[in-house]
Structure formats: structure tokens, C-alpha cells
Design a protein around this ligand. Sequence first.
Ligand SMILES: C[S@@+](CC[C@H](N)C(=O)[O-])C[C@H]1O[C@@H](n2cnc3c(N)ncnc32)[C@H](O)[C@@H]1O
Length: 154
Amino acid sequence: MEIGTGCGTSGIWLLRGMRPTAVLTTVDVEPEHQRLARAAFLAAGFQGGRYRLIGGLALEVLPRLADGAYDMVFCDADRQEFPGYLIAALRLLRPGGIVVFNATLPGAAAADRPPGEAEMAALTDLRDQVRSDERLVPLLLPVGNGLLTAVKQA
Ligand SMILES: C[S@@+](CC[C@H](N)C(=O)[O-])C[C@H]1O[C@@H](n2cnc3c(N)ncnc32)[C@H](O)[C@@H]1O
């Protein structure tokens, strides 16, 4: 699943890496972004049955989704909410699943602007949470602005 559908760019890459029978769930608060993402998925050759676009604030939508039903949770919405997305992801992921946070290197820009104080504090919280949770095996990849990943152990 993807938190922060945007215009669908990362969703297309996720769909390309998924089994043909797998379904991508995405969440975004902006209806226009969801519309653009749907058009991008169709243009890339993915029919409607391959994805489910849910509109709304991530922290309001995520509690409604099923426990242990997801292989991957890719987080690319509001960085101040990343610690909350991690808590939700731990419930949503099946054992062996992976959570991925985009743009997590200190000082990394997201949406073409540098992080503010609240975002920096949230990223510090996130790193502490990932490091201290014994269920997680973390890995920070120096890709783009830093992909913080963690596997939920079986
Ligand atoms: C950086 S963009 C995501 C880009 C996307 N991954 C792509 O490849 O196109 C962040 C997205 O998160 C959405 N967003 C921001 N805050 C959100 C929140 N609290 N809940 C849900 N979506 C949110 C924005 O509307 C925006 O579309």
C-alpha cells in the first residue's frame, strides 16, 4: 500500500513490481491527486482492478484497513505524521512485510522544500522508534533523499 498517492509516479513503480493478481491500495487527501494518479495508472496499462484509491487523511483512513493484510507500506505523505504511519504499518503488515519511508535523510527536501523543525523532530522520533522496536530489522538506503526501510520480523 502507498500512503501519499500523489500523481501516481511511485504507484506505477510499485504496480510494476507486484504480482499481476496483487492490488495496490493508496491513500491521499487531495481528490485531484487521486484523479491524476488514476489517469497515470491507466495510461501505464494498469486496469482499475489493480488498485484501490482511498480519499482522506491518512491517520483517519489507516485504522479502517485490515490487520496483517499488506506486504509493503510505502509512506510518502506528511513527514510530521511518519511516526504515526509506523504505528499503523506495524498493524497493517503481515509478518515478513516491509515498511518504507521516503525522504528521511536529515535535511532532505520533500516537495521541493527543506524540512521544518516539526518535520525534523518527527524524523528523529521515527528513527528512534525504528531503532528501538525489536520486531523490526531496519535499513537506511542512500537512494534519493534517503529511504528508511524496516522489515517486520515473522
Ligand atoms: C510527495 S507527494 C507523494 C508523491 C507520490 N508518492 C508520487 O510518486 O507521485 C505527497 C502526497 O501526500 C498527500 N498528503 C499529504 N498529507 C497527507 C495526509 N495527512 N493524509 C493523506 N495524504 C496526504 C498529498 O496530497 C500528496 O499527494
